[in-house]
Design a protein around this ligand. Sequence first.
Ligand code: ADP
Length: 436
Amino acid sequence: MNPNWRGAVVRHLLLLLAGCGLLGLISGQYAWALVLGLGAYLAWHVKQLLRLHRWLRERQPDEAPPEGYGLWGEIFDNIYHLQRRDQRVRGRLQAVIDRVQESTAALRDAVIMLDSDGNLEWWNLAAETLLGLKTPQDSGQSIANLVRHPRFKEYFDQGKFHDALELPSPINDRKRLQFQITQYGNREHLMLVRDVTRLHQLEQMRKDFVANVSHELRTPLTVISGYLETLLDNVESVNPRWLRALQQMQQQGARMQNLLNDLLLLAKLEATDYPSDNLPVAVDLLLLSIKNDAQALSAAHNHGISLEADASLKLKGSEAELRSAFSNLVFNAVKYSPDDGEIRIRWWRDEQGAHFSVSDSGIGIEAKHLPRLTERFYRVDSSRAANTGGTGLGLAIVKHVLLRHRARLDIASVPGKGSTFTCHFPPQQIAGAQPL
Ligand code: ADP
């Protein structure tokens, strides 16, 4: 309490007591005079309290507080000022909220706030046009009920949001949407949805172009290779001066054919997200046949190739795709290891899932190349790659096949010592998986 007010209250009480004393002196009834005085004082306070109560309950906005005397007047004024200040702060906050809502409403990207269970809390106007959300009916609904694509559910349940997800719009198949989720606060989610139809179309055009060109080039190349083969089959009728040129033409023709085959395979892998078949693949038998092919490729280079595979461990997926991924890795190990090098192929499982690895004692790769190794045509050393006859697409194919099998590629390498390429498959990709 303000010290001045404390003095004033004490002075009032003293005055009251003096008045009561005077009344007692006149009437001779000191006790009654005191009771009367204090009673009147109490009644006045109760009246002020009731006025305050009535004003707090029934006042109109901006209605000034009742006029009060002394300390009560001060209390009325203070409460009034507090309320005014509160109103001003609330007004300012509301203005901020209005501006945020206006700006998010003007956004062309959808912004959606979800609680920790994935139920809708708030969304902007674009969310209604892109995802078909309805205000207010959908408030509190689970997002998985509104975006019913199985890949969205898998993406949301996994909780790993570093990569965005691209899907067709739930209300218009011709639109492509990109979903980006960020977690914040108490495991709440902020979801941004962008219309990427145009980008998707451009990407599709690029893919179609590469696939069409590869396809169109195949026939003329087959004809040229066919004639070259016929000429070389009748080597005695060929002018010896042309023999070397023809042999080189045939070699380069075969290289081009490999390149076209790899480009077509990549185009096919890119066309859909998941493998066409999801059958149990006996990886141990697959690896045995790849090992035999690798041995044939190694031939005189005399690599020591060993295989350790869990025969009971089968993988859900496409055998043809897995064959091309695994054989690319094993053949690379052969290609990039010196004569008599050791190559170890393993296939095993643990709590994290199933794993395939190829280790070689080859030339290795410098760390700076590792992040870009799976890019198309990326080569550590182009002169070296030309010697091995590679297309530069092998690891890009591996990456795509693994993506379609929910797996990821891990590369560890020490230059001059060797490399290990490991494919990690999640437990749900194991066929008939029993928990370990
Ligand atoms: P390529 O057809 O040229 O082999 P890849 O996509 O299969 O293309 O490989 C890309 C590059 O990665 C290769 O050019 C090579 O330099 C490097 N590389 C791949 N596997 C190995 C390995 N086992 N050891 C060393 N370098 C490798």
